[in-house]
Design a protein around this ligand. Structure first.
Ligand code: DQQ
Length: 538
């Protein structure tokens, strides 16, 4: 089906075929980035989960490797589920993962490379004493999963957390170990938040308050804040919060109880789940991987024979300007795919107008856009006490005084299909401005079996900042970063007409009261090499 094969991305990571979900155990070893992932070798829906494996020199071009781990022991017979890597100071790799046992009990298992001298880490050994952890008293046997990367305590022990829940409170259980084989459960919790349900794929890591580089997981001290992230099973979104880690009593306290884990900010307001960070010692950065699922029907996934992609890996830093947000940005290596570019400098877009951007092909793009609003018109615009939210709004077709304006991607010539990515400003009493950032799927496709939500959130804009967007378009993926990555939206869209050579790009301003000035630079993007393993008979 040629229409469905159009949807396959060209530079986002994915297996050759079948189902993929969570990123697992990312690490850098002997010059190679390793990426493992939840994978169903038998079909395009979730099930029979094993660990897929691929390696890369630059996080963009990949070589698929043989499956790293499959269910072949009683303690993971129902699935080799999500886990994380820890690199010990002597270079040894320790992998901890959740096994769903023959009785579907969630336990934690230890694995390590069979041959540490192999930079590709092709073969993996499961520890003979597995499982190393079973659900503790009071925890349901199906609510105990996804161990984190370990970090060092000042006592010289390794500490991990494991996600769970008690009633409807999502929690992170804490364990200390010296050898990754024997563990001691610590009293209390790293953290818990009522009403947030099961915490999957908990992540915990330091971010620097002063520097523009990432930090290894064990770094602690006054120059550091700590991030807790949980993937909420109940709404399938990744929520993080910034706070302070108290090593002595193994707890973490959010800076602001209103922006706590699961009730505050998200990594991404589109589809982005079960994410995981790792420290890249080669470039001194922390990198975030996230699973971007499908938002078409399961039937369509089975027809096309694959489901899900991974986000472009994102570097992650504390946003020193807001203190409340992280900044996520595509790793710089993605820029090696940039081909020819078009620039549009200070284009005036009047209220209520649409403009085609002649960039040629528009299915693989990297777009950088900046917007300035006519200052006088902004001052004159009426104040309003209306509340706005992207998801309950009428989308890019609904006009307000100060928005929407932005870029429409994957549009056809007549705009019968289009995915607008845009800002919408509301001027409140006293002239305060609140900026919203949305991605509108409502007209993205004429197909009827696809999700047509309007995604988005408010985005903090600091005094003197221009409004800015970065958009990666890759066939059925639109990954957008507003204000340098303070707020992000990844979406999957499935146009039926705006495909191949028929895809176009537009600039629009649907505000009623202001004109905007837009400057854009748009690159055509090359495809990445994502190659099968040479011996693979597939
Ligand atoms: N996916 C894994 C679990 C994890 C969930 C199973 C999150 O370990 O909790 O495939 O998507």
């Amino acid at each position: 089906n040629s229409m469905l094969s159009w949807q396959r991305p060209a530079f986002h990571f994915q297996p050759e075929k079948n189902w993929m979900n969570d990123p697992n155990g990312p690490l850098f070893y002997k010059g190679w980035y390793h990426f493992f992932y939840q994978y169903n070798p038998n079909g395009a829906i979730w099930g029979d989960i094993v660990w897929g494996h691929a390696v890369s020199r630059d996080l963009i071009h990949w070589l698929h490797l043989p499956l790293a781990m499959v269910p072949d022991q009683w303690y993971d017979l129902n699935g080799v589920w999500t886990g994380s890597a820890t690199i010990l100071p002597d270079g040894q790799i320790v992998m901890l993962y959740t096994g769903s046992t023959n009785e579907s009990v969630q336990v934690q298992n230890l694995a390590y490379p069979a041959d540490p001298s192999d930079p590709l880490l092709i073969n993996w050994v499961k520890y003979s004493g597995n499982p190393v952890l079973v659900p503790p008293p009071g925890i349901h046997p199906k609510d105990f999963r996804d161990p984190t990367t370990a970090w060092l305590t000042s006592e010289g022990k390794w500490r991990i957390v494991i996600g769970s829940k008690i009633n409807k409170t999502g929690i992170a259980l804490v364990y200390d170990t010296r050898d990754f084989k024997n563990y001691e459960r610590l009293d209390g919790l790293l953290h818990g938040v009522p009403g947030t349900g099961m915490w999957e794929c908990v992540d915990f890591y330091p971010v620097s308050r002063t520097e523009e580089n990432g930090l290894d997981t064990s770094i602690n001290g006054l120059e550091v804040k700590h991030v807790v992230k949980a993937s909420l099973d109940q709404d399938k979104h990744d929520y993080y919060a910034i706070g302070t880690y108290h090593e002595k009593n193994s707890t973490w306290i959010p800076d602001n109880p209103k922006i706590d884990v699961g009730i505050g900010v998200r990594y991404d307001y589109g589809m982005f789940y079960a994410s995981k960070t790792f420290y890249d010692p080669d470039k001194g950065r922390r990198i975030l991987w996230g699973w971007i699922g499908e938002s078409d029907s399961e039937f369509a996934d089975v027809q096309k024979g694959w489901a899900s992609i991974q986000s472009i890996p994102r570097t992650i830093l504390l946003d020193k300007k807001t203190g409340t947000h992280l900044l996520q940005w595509p790793v710089e290596e993605v820029e090696s795919l940039r081909l020819s570019s078009n620039e549009f400098d200070e284009v005036e877009v009047k209220a209520g107008s649409v403009m085609k951007l002649a960039v040629g092909s528009a299915t693989q793009l990297d777009i950088i856009a900046e917007f300035e609003i006519d200052k006088k018109a902004l001052d004159k615009a009426p104040e309003s006490n209306a509340t706005f939210s992207c998801s309950s709004s009428g989308g890019a077709a609904e006009r307000g005084a100060l928005g929407p304006f932005g870029v429409s991607v994957l549009a056809d010539e007549t705009l019968s299909e289009q995915t607008p990515v845009y800002f919408y400003i509301v001027k409140g009493h006293g002239g305060s401005l609140k900026t919203h950032f949305c991605s509108d799927q409502s007209r993205s496709s004429e197909a009827t079996d696809v999700n047509k939500h309007i995604y988005g959130s408010s985005v903090p804009v600091q005094h003197g900042e221009k409004l800015s967007l970065r958009i990666l378009v890759d066939h059925s993926i639109v990954e957008t970063f507003a204000q340098g990555g303070r707020t992000c939206i990844a979406s999957r869209v499935y146009p039926t007409k705006a495909i191949y050579g028929a895809a176009r790009l537009f600039l629009f301003n649907n505000a009623t009261d202001v004109s905007i000035t837009a400057s854009l630079k748009i690159w055509q993007m090359n495809s990445a090499f994502i190659r099968p393993y040479p011996n693979d008979k597939n």
